[in-house]
Each structure stands twice: as C-alpha cells, then as structure tokens.
Design a protein around this ligand. Structure first.
Ligand SMILES: Nc1ncnc2c1ncn2[C@@H]1O[C@H](COP(=O)(O)OP(=O)(O)OP(=O)(O)O)[C@@H](O)[C@H]1O
Ligand SMILES: O=C(O)c1ccc[n+]([C@@H]2O[C@H](COP(=O)([O-])O)[C@@H](O)[C@H]2O)c1
Length: 232
C-alpha cells in the first residue's frame, strides 16, 4: 500500500540474529505499526564484533533471517500492517566489523536526505550504545526507536552519556519520528517479550529442544535450524 505521506519511512532492525526469535518479530511489528513504516529492513550483521568468536556463520544467519522474514510477512498480512519487508545483505557483503555507522551512511545515500530512517532496538542496545563505533554520529543519519525488554531496566542501567543524549533528543510521541529524517529517540515501554537468542541457543542444546515452538522461534527459522542441525 502506498503511504499517504510523501516522506518515506524506513525501519531498520539490525541484529546478530543467532537465531532470530519472536522477540525480534514483535519489536518489528510494534514499530512498523506505530511508526507507519513503508519498509522494514532486517539486517543480519556480517561480523558482529561485540559478540565473541562463537557465532554461526553469516550466510546461515542470513538464511535464518530470511525464514523469519517469511513469518513476519504473514503476521503483517494478518495484522493488516502494510509495511514491506526486506532482508538486506548490506552488512554481510561489507568486509570487516559491522559498524552501524557505515550501514547508516549507506542507507541515507540509498533513500535520500528526506526519508525518515529509524533504527529499531531493544533497551539493552540503547544502554550499550556508547560502546558502538562513532555512536554520536549515528544521530546525523537516523532516529532511534527503543523497546523495553525484560531484565533490562533503563532507569538504573543507563550511563550518564545516554541520559545526557536523551535530554536533548528524546521525544514522547512516535509521530515525531515519522516527520523527521534523523536525530530523535523514542523510548517505548509497552513491549515485554522474555526471549533472547542466547537463551534459545542454550535450550536448543538440551533434550528439551523439541519443546521450542513457534511462540519462541519463527516457524520457517525453526525448520532451517532443524534441517541443518544447528545449535546442538
Ligand atoms: N525480547 C526482545 N525484546 C526487545 N528487543 C529485543 C528482544 N530481543 C532482541 N531485541 C533487540 O533486537 C536487536 C537484535 O538483537 P540480537 O540479534 O542481538 O538478539 P538477542 O536476543 O539480544 O541476542 P543475544 O542473546 O545473543 O544477545 C537488538 O537491538 C536487541 O535489543
Ligand atoms: O556499530 C557498532 O559498533 C555496533 C556495536 C554493537 C552492535 N551494533 C549493531 O546493533 C545491532 C544489534 O546488535 P547485537 O550485538 O545486539 O546483535 C546490530 O545491527 C549490530 O550490528 C553495532
């Protein structure tokens, strides 16, 4: 469906996606709806430099993310969310550590100066943002939409640097992001999905792995995990 606004609204969900889970899809659906996104890009990291060495190869994580994209498209259809979904190879094809600043610059070139670009994250990512490469420059290229996450308390875990940046950039109405190409942060407290890739990888190693269901991992992702015998 064509958006009524002439400004293109793009949501970017970057992740290691090792594996993608329903927390990612709920985050994506929530923001696709409230930010009225025209497009949502799922971007698996090529080299997630902060995640240690024991990571599933990028091409496999890409396949798992494509599977999640199929489930997400079905959910959008059911929920009548008109956002287009793309699974993007931009970080897989770029050599070296996956820095979001490089992705942000490329996407700004791709979509032009007027598009509203919003990086979608969980609260843990906002807390760790000061450890990202050139993190302060990210706001020149994108907005941030941050979702709450269990076991992650923004009030107590935020560093003074993040508190400072929120004072300047935080908005309390998501509509502000729809009209602004970059520079704003919206924090949404309504999501509470107690799932993480780490926990699911650990559970997939145990004999109880066959109890993992489509409420935790998207059906098409789970099919690939089973077919390739991943995480055992
Ligand atoms: N349950 C969740 N609720 C809200 N946001 C989430 C949730 N799970 C992941 N995210 C967000 O999705 C993005 C990508 O997450 P990532 O692929 O690292 O998954 P993860 O579950 O955090 O993985 P891991 O357990 O390996 O750290 C991050 O911005 C993260 O904050
Ligand atoms: O740019 C950075 O330095 C940077 C550091 C850590 C994470 N990120 C990005 O943040 C997103 C979520 O990261 P992660 O590690 O929680 O999967 C993913 O797109 C990463 O590439 C980016």
């Amino acid at each position: 469906m064509v958006s009524l606004s002439s400004i293109q609204k793009i949501g970017i969900l970057g992740g290691t996606f090792d594996p993608p889970h329903i927390g990612h899809l709920k985050l994506a659906s929530h923001f696709a709806k409230i930010l009225q996104l025209d497009q949502l890009l799922l971007i698996p990291s090529g080299e997630p430099w902060q995640k240690g060495a024991d990571i599933t190869p990028a091409e496999i994580r890409f396949q798992l993310t494509e599977g999640a994209g199929i489930d997400l498209a079905r959910a959008f259809l059911y929920l009548k969310i008109p956002t287009q979904i793309g699974v993007d190879r931009i970080e897989i094809e770029r050599a070296g550590p996956s820095y979001s600043i490089d992705t942000a610059k490329s996407l700004r070139e791709r979509f032009g100066p007027k598009a509203s670009l919003t990086w979608l994250t969980g609260a843990d990512s906002l807390i760790h943002l000061p450890s990202w490469n050139s993190w302060r420059d990210l706001f020149k290229y994108m907005n941030f939409a941050v979702a709450s996450r269990p076991h992650c308390d923004l009030d107590t875990e935020m560093s003074p640097e993040i508190k400072e940046i929120l004072k300047v950039r935080q908005v309390f109405d998501p509509a502000a992001l729809i009209n602004e190409p970059s520079g704003l942060i919206y924090v949404d407290e309504s999501l509470s999905v107690d799932l993480s890739s780490t926990d699911l990888r650990n559970r997939l190693k145990t004999p109880a792995h066959d109890q993992i269901a489509s409420e935790q991992i998207p059906t098409h992702t789970l099919e690939i995990i089973t077919k390739l015998g991943l995480y055992q």
